[in-house]
Design a protein around this ligand. Structure first.
Ligand SMILES: NC(=O)c1ccc[n+]([C@@H]2O[C@H](COP(=O)([O-])OP(=O)(O)OC[C@H]3O[C@@H](n4cnc5c(N)ncnc54)[C@H](O)[C@@H]3O)[C@@H](O)[C@H]2O)c1
Length: 362
């Protein structure tokens, strides 16, 4: 470090600002500067709002995804497979990652069946080395990934004190940490080409805490924070060709996760509608999509009204958030000789069988 820099840090040399402003004016300068900053901020905000209203009325321009390589994690079933079908129809080469081999094979067949170009890879997203290894393979065998959709997710669905440690670990490994490893694997080439899009499928549970979903909600809140801070980082580095989108749906019908969950007042979402909404968010570079959209109006109330109201409201709309598959699964993990504290990590999804009502429309 230069001696000048060292002197600045030791406070022996006044900084450029302190040198230029006389001592008696410093406080006033700070106040005046703050007022100017505020006025500029308000003007810029009004500009952005007018632009958003204009775009809302005339419609957003949709980008062409044809020729790109889209990687969908958890693409072997549920929402991931529906997104894959839509991407293939739009002309993307689709790469699917899933731990469920059968689901993966079925989805690859489905995508190829509609004339799409599709590759399936068996990956355990709870395993960092596996992610890095297969990411390298994809770049060699398929090409540069231009669209990364971090969609895979798991849920434990038990009271916190009943949830075995390995399931909590698994929730964070798949729902959050996997996003770090996939982004670290594919973002460098996106930045190099100043072209790419990273999609985080989080959940409304990232904003609202629900009983029996402590690990799930906190992992989804982390995923929301991941997307926002990554977006800020790209902006601060001046990378304008790589976009991020955060998708936060309410409970979805007919996927393998919250099938038959009890929800009142707000109806469960149709999985095909959610997949369509994800594609729209990608094609319009939308930074955040709450599904259904009216949650944008409801969410701020969380910080405005007394907590008791929020608590009662959440209990009314989600009286029981336990997924159907968990209700029918014995939850007790018995200790074994080789694993006396039953700490063995299990990264498998709760259910490998897609629900019967799962209809995959394109
Ligand atoms: N279903 C809902 O109500 C709902 C609501 C809000 C958000 N989401 C989110 O949407 C995303 C998709 O959910 P879904 O409803 O399609 O669930 P799903 O269970 O049908 O699909 C999840 C997919 O992830 C895969 N997966 C799980 N663990 C894995 C692992 N370790 N390695 C690789 N793949 C793994 C599963 O095999 C499955 O194909 C998830 O992130 C979920 O949290 C779902």
């Amino acid at each position: 470090m230069s001696t000048i820099a060292q002197e600045y840090m030791n406070g022996e040399r006044p900084g450029p600002l302190t040198r230029e402003i006389p001592e008696c004016m410093r406080d006033k300068y700070t106040v005046v500067q703050s007022i100017i900053d505020l006025i500029v901020f308000v003007i810029v905000t009004i500009g952005y709002i007018i632009r958003a209203i204009y775009r809302f009325i005339v419609g957003y321009q949709k980008k062409d995804l044809k020729g790109g390589v889209a990687l969908v994690t958890g693409g072997g079933g549920g929402l991931g497979s529906l997104i894959a079908l839509r991407l293939a129809r739009l002309g993307c080469t689709v790469v699917l990652w899933d731990i469920n081999k059968q689901g993966l094979e079925d989805t690859v067949k489905l995508v190829k069946g509609i004339g799409g170009n599709c590759y399936g890879y068996t990956v355990d997203l709870a395993n960092r080395e596996d992610i890095y290894r297969v990411a390298k393979k994809v770049e060699e065998e398929v090409g540069r990934v231009t669209l990364l959709i971090n969609n895979a997710g798991v849920v434990s669905g038990q009271y916190l004190l009943d949830t075995p440690d390995h399931l909590i670990q698994r929730t964070f490994d798949v729902n959050v940490l996997a996003h770090f490893w996939t982004v670290k694997a594919f973002l460098p080439t996106m930045i190099e080409h100043n072209d790419g899009h990273i999609v985080t499928i989080a959940s409304m549970a990232g904003f609202i805490g629900v009983s029996k979903l402590v690990d799930y909600c906190s992992s989804k809140a982390a995923a929301c924070g991941f997307d926002e801070s990554l977006r800020m980082e790209l902006v601060s580095k001046g990378i304008n060709g790589v976009h991020t989108s955060l998708i936060c749906p309410f409970f979805i019908r007919s996927t393998g996760m919250f099938e038959e969950v009890v929800a009142r007042l707000v109806p469960q979402l149709n999985s095909n509608d959610v997949a369509d909404r994800v594609i729209l968010a990608i094609r319009t570079n939308e930074p955040i999509a709450l599904i259904p959209g009216f949650f944008r109006v409801l969410l701020p109330f969380k910080w405005l009204v007394p907590w008791k109201c929020i608590c009662d409201f959440i209990n009314v709309i989600v009286p029981d958030a336990v997924p159907h598959s968990v209700q029918n699964t014995p939850t007790t993990v018995l200790p074994t000789k080789s694993d006396p504290l039953h700490t063995k990590r299990d990264s498998r999804p709760m259910s490998l069988v897609p629900p019967e009502r799962h209809d995959r429309q394109v």
